[in-house]
Design a protein around this ligand. Structure first.
Ligand SMILES: Nc1nc2c(ncn2[C@@H]2O[C@H](COP(=O)(O)OP(=O)(O)OP(=O)(O)O)[C@@H](O)[C@H]2O)c(=O)[nH]1
Ligand SMILES: [Mg+2]
Length: 465
């Protein structure tokens, strides 16, 4: 399921879009805002949704017009541009209010699709698992329900004008909308219940993993940053990789080893600027759960131009903050350095001195990343000196699993072990603790603060500065 389209120097600049005058859907792109619009991401979204780009029209104004999105004059220009370019669709870079959408459609006679609808469409197309499909359907229903409400208040106003909203104002259109809304709400409730059930199953699986106490690492990052490629490179898995947006929707977890210790690595859905809130809500539970990892590796597409790269980093941090994951320990991995020259690498090292530069494609920097991951965990581990009697074989085996590499010396009384143990389970071994010099029980040695305390000592996102 891999394509080699984006590797080793042959990486296309993002935002080219598809230019094909014969395509079934040919969109004219529009954007309005205080800054000069950059529509490359919208082009990427449309490319992923297999819609061709016929042209673009942007307007600088403090904020979009509340009724028509663009100004009146610009709307006339839009009509002409549609004629000239033979576009049969308008794609807007922002989420539109139902009113704006209706007015543009009325004015131009061409259907309008907004950024949210495009992203929802891509998600619907890429969802594979039962849970993913339920989440997307939920987000789409919420989006459509808001649109029905827009229509509904519009009709309601007409009714009220006619007869003060009293008897005789309930026309057939209104009843139909009421029915549609009720059906949509029923379906939303049913979907939420089904999602809860799927999640309950998954959380059982998770607590089994937690009992095993394997440290967990989650990959987070902008869509197309290379998270799945990195998962594959670190774990030898074969998760789907493609040069398109939102290829991965469902979390995948694989185990991998650093210095004899097993870790779990999870890859999940990518983020994007202006991620539709319906999607954040629908996917929120999955995201939160995934990112409840001990460590988040924030993967960045370092091939992107500087400013765009910083914006993508910020967008990811915003989403992380939105789901209360910003406080988790984080590492920044600047990916795709195989296609960067020495100068750009130097600049990146200067701007992000604590980040690890990697290439998931060529394998460069992966050892540094492993070391950085391990170092992050070592800080949260508690060094212990133990004397474990041989009759406690099960505990000994558990220690080997938990601590990875450990020093062990077999004595007549039992195994003398020096190990670094996850703080969460250290209590289980305290009864075997001995003083570092040798004999006799002692208070727990090396009482490093538990990981939670350490984490709060650090400024949030320290690793990404
Ligand atoms: N040159 C280069 N290309 C890479 C590297 N890592 C990933 N890519 C390419 O970047 C594109 C996206 O990679 P994915 O691993 O699918 O990215 P992702 O972050 O999982 O994307 P989504 O699942 O869509 O959010 C693919 O075309 C990869 O081949 C890298 O280190 N170097
Ligand atoms: Mg992916």
């Amino acid at each position: 399921m891999t394509d080699t389209g984006g590797q080793n120097g042959a990486l296309p600049r993002r935002g080219e879009g598809i230019r094909n005058p014969k395509a079934r859907q040919r969109a004219l792109l529009i954007a309005a805002g205080p800054e000069e619009a950059d529509l490359s991401e919208l082009r990427e979204l449309l490319r992923t949704a297999r819609v061709a780009v016929a042209g673009e029209l942007t307007q600088r104004r403090p904020r979009p017009d509340p009724d028509r999105y663009l100004g009146r004059g610009k709307l006339t220009e839009l009509k002409a541009a549609i004629n000239d370019s033979d576009a049969n669709l308008i794609a807007c870079d922002d989420e539109l209010a139902p009113r704006q959408e209706r007015n543009i459609e009325q004015e131009t006679g061409v259907p309008v699709i907004d950024r949210t609808a495009i992203i929802l469409d891509i998600f619907a197309d890429h969802a594979n698992s039962a849970e993913g499909k339920l989440q997307v359907e939920l987000a789409q229903l919420e989006y459509n329900l808001a649109r029905m409400r827009g229509l509904w208040t519009h009709l309601e106003r007409l009714g009220a004008g006619r007869m003060d909203g009293g008897i005789g104002t309930r026309g057939p259109g209104e009843t139909q909308i009421e029915t549609d809304r009720r059906l949509a709400r029923d379906r939303i409730t049913a979907l939420k219940h089904r999602l809860e059930r799927t999640r309950a199953t998954r959380s059982t699986m998770r607590s089994e993993r937690e009992r095993a106490h394997l440290p967990t690492v989650a990959l987070a990052g902008y869509t197309n940053a290379g998270k799945s490629t990195l998962l594959n490179a670190l774990t030898g898995a074969s998760a789907g990789v493609r040069d398109r947006l939102f290829h991965t929707l469902d979390p995948t977890t694989r185990s991998f080893e650093i210095s004899g210790r097993d870790y779990l690595l999870t890859d999940t859905v990518g983020f994007i600027r202006k991620l539709p809130h319906q999607l954040v809500e629908a996917f929120g539970a999955t995201l939160e759960e995934t990112l409840r990892a001990d460590l988040i590796v924030h993967v960045v597409d370092a091939f992107a131009p500087q400013q765009e790269m910083e914006e993508m980093i910020q967008a990811v941090e915003d989403v992380l903050a939105g789901i209360d994951a910003a406080e988790r320990p984080q590492l920044l991995a600047l990916n795709k350095v195989d296609v960067l020259d020495a100068e750009r690498r130097r600049e990146l090292r200067f701007r992000h001195p604590r980040a690890t530069q990697v290439s998931a494609a060529s394998g460069e920097g992966l050892d540094e990343l492993r070391t950085a991951i391990e170092a992050e965990f070592l800080r949260t581990l508690r060094p212990m000196d133990l004397l474990v009697p041989y009759r406690e074989g099960a505990r000994l085996a558990e220690l080997h699993d938990l601590a990875g590499a450990l020093e062990r010396e077999d004595t007549p009384e039992g195994a003398r072990v020096r190990a670094r143990v996850p703080a969460a389970v250290a209590a289980r071994f305290e009864r075997f603790a001995v003083a570092a010099d040798g004999n006799g029980a002692s208070p727990p040695t090396g009482s490093a603060p538990p990981p939670e305390d350490r984490r709060t000592d650090e400024p949030a996102g320290a690793a990404t500065e």
